[in-house]
Design a protein around this ligand. Sequence first.
Ligand SMILES: Cc1ncc(C[n+]2csc(CCOP(=O)(O)OP(=O)(O)O)c2C)c(N)n1
Length: 287
Amino acid sequence: MKDYSCATKCTWCDGCGDYGIWTAMKRALVELRLLPWQVLLCYDVGCHGNMSDKLQGYRFHGLHGRVIPFAAGAKLANMRVPVIAFGGDGASFSEGVGHLVHGIRSNYPITFILHNNANYGLTLGQASSLTWQGQPMNVSPNGIPEQTLPSMDFVFSLEPTFVARGFSGNIPQLTEMFKAAIEHQRYGFAFVDVLQACPTYNHFATHEYFLERCYDANAEGHDPSDLKKARELATADTSKRIATGILYQRTDQPSFYDRLVPRKDRTTQAVDEVVKVDVSGLWEGFV
Ligand SMILES: Cc1ncc(C[n+]2csc(CCOP(=O)(O)OP(=O)(O)O)c2C)c(N)n1
């Protein structure tokens, strides 16, 4: 665990769900026997993205809403490295929602962790598309007029190969889920929705709210290969009970990489094949 620690001063608010996600990810990496120099951690911009200076590893902190394309690019260049992408709900379901669509439908072989605090935390509590409709937020004090995006329905409509949902207050369960989601990279894109508290700006879906409602669906006998049931659990009304755990997984689909015809039967990685090419002749066509 120590190998993954950074000395950087933590700037998250007291009670932020990011602490739970951070701890569970550290545990998952250690339990998978991965060392910091063996993983690539890709961060979106936001409170969650500030984890980039709190967890060792090879790290890339990109533009808001764009974590999936650069994480996927890195993975496709070197399939030997586990690649984990972290994004907020603002980044992934508002600003960068197009990338999420293609990440899932393409089945890129990466793990995606959604820090779902149902608002834009870093920019001081504006509504994202996952904020509850009618909820007063900064810059929308009368409540947002738009419908809340039905995130799980949306994810399932894209025919995912791995969907899990956890809660930042249940670190042991989250650790197991992260381990499974990292291991799923050999089959494709793993989507993990982590419901998290944002005590400063989210006064509706609080830590206590989740604590009272979340239950472990796998412990209650849910079989993740059952697509119909998985979708039902994921999209059920969350005002009463919230199913968590590995909701859905299939391992019979090739990942994006495995569908790439030019990569077939290659024993090297794209990064091993980088060579210098003289392109000076190409410029002549432009002058
Ligand atoms: C391209 C771009 N658009 C907008 C911003 C401004 N911005 C930075 S963080 C942020 C909100 C982050 O919210 P979310 O992705 O939900 O993450 P959280 O802070 O809640 O963890 C915004 C709008 C930016 N930095 N870059």
